[in-house]
Ligand binder design. Structure first.
Ligand code: ATP
Ligand code: MG
Length: 170
């Protein structure tokens, strides 16, 4: 099964991110991420066998992560897949430490492949016209996190569907 580790926004922040997705969608088109799917990917694992996934879920349930605050104040894009995202510098270093520590554990569990770089972002749109991202409204949101989730992604023609498999200690 296709798995990844992510932070999931609390409900209030999810709504605000959804409102930004609507604004961006009106401007840039493309495929808007449903509110329920908004997330920050910390580690993409790709295909994992069911037995290994169960081990991973058990590990996640016992995990306690360092809580942090990530300030979201910036629009950004990835040109080739037409991704429009939001992110921010403040709190990014702590996310990098979290991501780095996770990959050290994942490597010792023999899972996945540590990416060359980590660029924390929350995807709002895919296959959008990223050239239209000028003069977007200012963003100032705060994401307080203390838990991560193990999520299964099932790909279908409408895009990915996510299912939570495990949550870390809160
Ligand atoms: P879709 O592929 O239908 O557009 P999706 O990208 O949300 O949807 P997945 O491809 O299952 O669904 O990806 C789950 C999460 O992992 C997303 O945040 C995605 O950006 C990230 N991801 C996917 N593939 C990789 C990869 N090769 N390296 C790093 N992150 C990835
Ligand atoms: Mg994808």
């Amino acid at each position: 099964m296709r798995l990844f580790l992510a932070l999931i926004p609390p409900p209030g922040l999810r709504k605000r991110l959804g409102a930004l997705a609507d604004i961006a969608h009106a401007r840039c088109g493309g495929r808007r991420m449903p509110d329920a799917s908004l997330h920050l990917t910390l580690a993409f694992l790709g295909e994992v066998e069911e037995a290994r996934a169960a081990e991973l879920a058990a590990w996640v349930r016992g995990l306690a992560i360092a809580p942090g605050v990530w300030r979201l104040d910036r629009w950004g894009s990835f040109r080739r897949p037409g991704i429009v995202w939001v992110g921010g510098d403040e709190g990014e270093a702590a996310l990098g430490r979290l991501q780095g520590g996770l990959w050290s554990s994942l490597e010792s569990l023999g899972l996945g492949e540590r990416p060359a770089r980590f660029m924390p972002h929350v995807t709002l749109l895919r296959r959008a016209a990223v050239d239209d991202l000028e003069n977007m409204p200012a963003i100032d949101l705060s994401w307080s996190y203390n838990q991560l989730e193990l999520i299964q992604s099932t790909l279908d023609e409408r895009g990915a569907r996510y299912r939570r498999l495990a949550v870390s200690q809160g």
